[in-house]
Design a protein around this ligand. Structure first.
Ligand code: ADP
Length: 234
């Protein structure tokens, strides 16, 4: 009991320090930029540039806060899930259509492969959409121009297996066990690679759990990654 409590305190301490650190960086940037701007009179154009840069940092902080609020509700307020029976084929067709639009900005092709009868699940469409778009947004983010994303649905042992594969930059093997951890980001040599808050896959995992499902990731550096979500069929 005591060691469990100690574990929880340690977790809270680490979590608070993580959140503080994540919010400190954008705030320090806003402070620094504003101080520099105030050192002398600036023209309108310069103020506009400063405002735009500050807005970007504010948006980054808002995203972190919204993701954290979402995680709290996913983990501690099960009533936010509204389960209903629905057809997976119809659901994935919608996701595919929207993914094509998002991916077209980088000339990435999106392919959908499903059986005619994909089966039905008991799920929360709103949160499952969030789950798949987190995976698809990552696939787009980490895949260079002219790449490809496959969305594949298979049925196996009364389970639906939905995989999202990309032909992107991949991840080193040693990172795979950590990618679902809160705030974890793969450290990239190429500093031009845009990175987020490291909360996206943790959100994915929480939504999968609420559906009594599982998620698996495989990846090869410079070749691509595959995420397979398994959800029980009705
Ligand atoms: P973020 O919001 O920072 O992208 P995520 O939790 O979604 O955080 O992902 C964690 C890490 O896993 C990211 O830093 C990224 O490097 C890696 N990752 C996730 N999806 C992919 C992918 N499809 N291809 C390559 N790396 C990925």
């Amino acid at each position: 009991m005591i060691s469990r409590l100690e574990g929880s305190f340690k977790y809270i301490a680490e979590f608070s320090s993580h959140v503080a650190h994540e919010l400190k960086t954008p705030l320090a940037i806003i402070k620094g930029e504003t101080e520099v701007a105030m050192r002398k009179e600036r023209n309108i154009e310069e103020y506009k540039i400063l405002n735009r840069a500050n807005l970007e940092e504010v948006e980054r902080m808002l995203k972190i806060i919204n993701d954290l609020l979402l995680l709290t509700s996913l983990d501690y307020r099960p009533e936010v899930f509204k389960f209903e029976r629905f057809d997976l084929v119809e659901f994935l067709k919608d996701i595919y259509e929207q993914s094509k639009v998002l991916a077209s900005q980088k000339d990435i092709a999106v392919i959908l492969d499903m059986p005619d009868d994909g089966g039905h699940i008991n799920g929360d469409k709103f949160h499952l959409r969030r789950l798949f778009f987190n995976l698809i947004d990552n696939a787009i983010k980490f895949t260079p121009k002219n790449g490809k994303i496959d969305i594949i649905l298979k049925k196996k042992d009364k389970k639906a297996m939905i995989s999202i594969s990309d032909t992107g930059i991949g991840m080193p093997d040693e990172c795979l066990p950590k990618i679902f951890n809160r705030f974890y980001r793969v450290d990239r040599m190429d500093k031009n690679i845009e990175h987020g808050s490291g909360l996206g896959l943790n959100i994915v995992q929480s939504i999968v759990k609420m559906h009594h499902g599982a998620i698996q990731a495989t990846s090869h550096l410079n070749k691509g990654s595959t995420f397979i979500v398994t959800i029980p069929l009705l």
